[in-house]
Design a protein around this ligand. Sequence first.
Ligand code: BG6
Length: 479
Amino acid sequence: MELKTINIPKDFILGAAASAWQTEGWSGKKETQDSYLDLWYKNNKNVWHNGYGPAVATDFKNRYKEDIGYMKEIGLTHYRTSINWSRFLIDYENAVVDEEYASYMDDVIKELIRNGVEPMIALEHYEVPAVLFEEYGGWGSKHVVDLFVKYAEKVFERYGDRVKNWFTFNEPIVVQTRVYLDAIRYPFEQNTKKWMQWNFNKGLATARIVKLFKEMELKEKYGAKIGVILNPEVAYARSSAEHDQKAASMFDLFFNRVFLDPAIKGEYPQELFALMDKHDIMFDASEEELQMIKENTVDYVGLNIYFPYRVKARSTAWNEETPFHPEYYYEKFDLPGKKMNPHRGWEIYPHTMYDIAIRMKEEYGNIEWFIAENGMGVENEYRFKNEEQIIQDDYRIEFISEHLKWLLKGIEDGSNCKGYMLWAFTDNVSPMNAFKNRYGLVEINLEDNRNRALKKSAYWYKQVIETKQFEAQDDDLYK
Ligand code: BG6
């Protein structure tokens, strides 16, 4: 297929992402400062690939100056990460700040800005403190919501004058889905009602932080914005038939609209209330809390988009003896001939970028948004090294090009998308897969003292940032 040159709007942001727990490592962490992820790792190390977990990660805590140097070299203008709640405080009830961690964070932010890289920061990327998980059941508790607001206030007090892009959560649906819905992560409890309560409490927490943000006048004083980073899994029905379409819309309701609607529209879909009632999974929400959500919607959203989710109507009976699961209404559909990333087991379908872009325009008031994560994890990348020891990750370049191409087409058709953040800046630790699949522009060599090296994609990305141009397949669909 022929290649065509694609132009990127001049003000379109091209950055890269990571998170605190996936990079920083435990250096300087106190015994009482475990996060939920640390707790899971400590209780279940055997499921983490080759035993690697958050303990050392990429050692960003000690090597951030070196890493920010690489950001500068690549020409990244934005870096998205998180502040680790479990480490930022030493007393979660009274929001007592850990001065050592806070000053490290302060240095990271200063160093980023000094190097021309805008920090974009989430307050939680699965880093809910372990002790709050054990004592109160984590996000199932409204008290934990109160503590999160107290924590956010301290963060804003420290860095609110310098950080312009804030997010309450990264992928707020993920932990409870793995733990309470699918029961594949510690502590392996299948409990759909808990799942729904976590969903609600995180939606409520977002609204409360938006309110706090307004009260602290961070927008007026510093031009800052507050949003949330969600991971809608764009649902495609097997067929145009009504039963398959319904399966896709049920999936969308339970996994996408459950966060998109309250955050952007300030309201839960009415259909969801009826379904929660029917399946006895109604969340506990007061009138005041629903009003809080209504009055405090986000300024913008980040969306993490990796793969499409294909569904069909159920063809087998639901086992009524198991707790309700949204799968009651659908089954996964295995599309024949789909293109796969075999390492991660995710379908590659760049058109998803266009579809979500148009959806944001048409169903969500064309709110400002950006791609907060997209990328390709590949196993054993060392085999692609050339003589100069540079990983030739042409598959990643193709992956990014194709996704960017469809995203830009969405913008051309009116979607208010402002940027693209690649996952990830460097290789880092994934939940459970650890360092198995590598996502980075920058290689982390575990065999060689975690030394860093730019991959071919880093040089390519640098050029794209500089020229605001790249080449992609000239397929008919694009015309
Ligand atoms: C996103 C998360 O879901 O995808 C990241 O925000 C994660 O934390 C990334 O690392 C890639 O997924 P995985 O499971 O391969 O690490």
